[in-house]
Design a protein around this ligand. Structure first.
Ligand code: HEM
Ligand SMILES: *[C@@H]1O[C@H](CO)[C@@H](O)[C@H](O)[C@H]1NC(C)=O
Ligand SMILES: *[C@@H]1O[C@H](CO)[C@@H](O)[C@H](O)[C@H]1NC(C)=O
Ligand SMILES: *[C@@H]1O[C@H](CO)[C@@H](O)[C@H](O)[C@H]1NC(C)=O
Ligand SMILES: *[C@@H]1O[C@H](CO)[C@@H](O)[C@H](O)[C@H]1NC(C)=O
Ligand SMILES: *[C@@H]1O[C@H](CO)[C@@H](O)[C@H](O)[C@H]1NC(C)=O
Ligand SMILES: CC(=O)N[C@H]1CO[C@H](CO)[C@@H](O)[C@@H]1O
Length: 301
């Protein structure tokens, strides 16, 4: 789809008349793409997530978005997330006791994203990550039309992000890019605030008890913020989370390079199809009550 075909609807972002129980996904799919089909919901999430990743690329838009691959500042702290994505850090969890370096920009990098695609091909690290992000953020926003793909990635975001040892500024920057991307497409400040609050509550905390995000996956450890700058979650269950340490720099020429990808790297990369190890059984035993509460907050989106 050409970016110019949906922007005509931008002015019509007010809630559609039918939308009694419409999710945020329903509301903006209708506003921007007219028909609330699974295919259009996937287009909406593709536009949104691609913009979160590489910054704004569609025109017109309501505001600029730097994107998570661009260096930035959050709350006075410099942030540079690119090395987590291009193999510059040994920060991916593939089940071992330490992180491994994986290049997630291995299938065209930014270029296919500017064409509203996840990647050039369909068997790359980039394809897997981008499609999982469309599915996951779609679930968070209530995309449920027939044909919208269910989330096929790993359930515990704490496990996925385990070896990144992210700070409050890093996670805050990521969430800020999600918010900026949303407003760039005309999502209202109120709706952005609801999403931002949910993301901050569920993921941008330390040691939260197991929480259901994807109902089919049940309650899982979801805290992504790990270092000492992170807010401790209510009913924190730090014993369920393994000890952390900052990821090692990878012996890679790509660290610090730009988002345009040179996919020659990745020699040590494990395939993304293998799943990260989950934590010890302790995790499964805690906090079903809190999980239910937060799950309700997510589903209410
Ligand atoms: C608000 C919070 C965030 C959410 C909801 C989120 C969600 C996700 C999801 C659903 C995946 C795919 C997992 C899979 O394929 O099984 C993923 C992967 C990933 N995320 Fe996040 N994320 C968040 C914040 C961050 C931040 C702040 C970073 C910082 C660099 C980050 C870096 C990554 C990387 C590198 C991967 C690929 C991991 C791998 O496959 O090993 N994420 N994230
Ligand atoms: C809307 O929500 C109410 C209360 O949660 C529910 O009873 C009703 O079935 C929903 N309607 C639709 C069309 O989903
Ligand atoms: C991003 O958005 C800003 C503000 O609308 C605009 O000036 C800029 O040209 C856009 N960048 C791209 C690559 O579209
Ligand atoms: C910003 O940083 C200060 C300390 O530098 C901290 O007290 C405050 O909680 C941070 N705010 C946010 C929104 O992260
Ligand atoms: C994209 O994929 C096509 C077909 O697989 C291939 O011919 C082309 O070289 C690829 N381009 C890039 C930039 O990877
Ligand atoms: C990718 O990197 C390799 C090794 O550094 C270099 O030889 C090659 O020219 C680069 N390719 C592109 C398209 O930048
Ligand atoms: C190819 C490459 O970057 N090699 C580097 C790996 O790391 C060692 C130690 O930091 C460097 O000396 C090599 O140049």
């Amino acid at each position: 789809m050409r970016p110019s075909t949906f922007v005509a609807g931008l002015a019509a972002v007010a809630a559609p008349a039918f939308a009694q129980n419409a999710s945020i996904c329903d509301k903006y799919t209708t506003a921007l793409l007219k028909e609330n089909t699974g295919a259009n919901q996937l287009t909406l999430l593709t536009l949104l997530v691609n913009t979160v990743v590489i910054g704004n690329y569609t025109k017109p838009n309501m505001n600029a978005v730097p994107g998570i691959l661009a260096k930035g500042t959050y709350n006075g702290t410099e942030v540079n997330l690119l090395p987590y994505f291009n193999g510059g850090l040994a920060s991916s969890n593939r089940g071992g006791s330490s992180g491994v370096s994986i290049n997630f920009l291995d299938d065209g990098g930014a270029v296919p994203l500017t064409m509203n695609m996840p990647s050039n091909g369909t068997s790359s690290n980039q394809y897997k990550l981008m499609t999982h992000l469309y599915q996951y953020f779609g679930a968070l926003l209530g995309c449920s039309a027939t044909g919208f793909p269910s989330y096929a990635g790993f359930g515990s975001q704490a496990a996925v992000h385990r070896f990144m040892d992210l700070s409050a500024a890093e996670v805050g920057y990521f969430i800020q890019q999600v918010a900026l991307a949303a407003t760039s497409f005309g999502v209202t400040a109120d709706d952005v605030a609801v999403v931002g609050k949910a993301l901050n509550t569920i993921f941008n905390v330390r040691c939260a008890p197991p929480t259901t995000v994807i109902p089919a996956q049940g309650a899982q450890l979801q805290s992504i913020c790990q270092d000492e700058t992170c807010l401790l979650a209510p009913m924190a269950t730090c014993a369920a989370y393994p000890a952390t340490m900052k990821p090692a720099k990878s012996n890679s020429t790509m660290a610090g390079s730009t988002a345009s990808s040179n996919s020659t790297m990745g020699g040590s990369a494990a395939p993304t199809s293998s799943k990260p190890a989950s934590y010890s059984g302790a995790a499964a035993k805690v906090g079903a009550g809190a999980a239910g509460l937060l799950a309700a907050a997510v589903l209410a989106l």
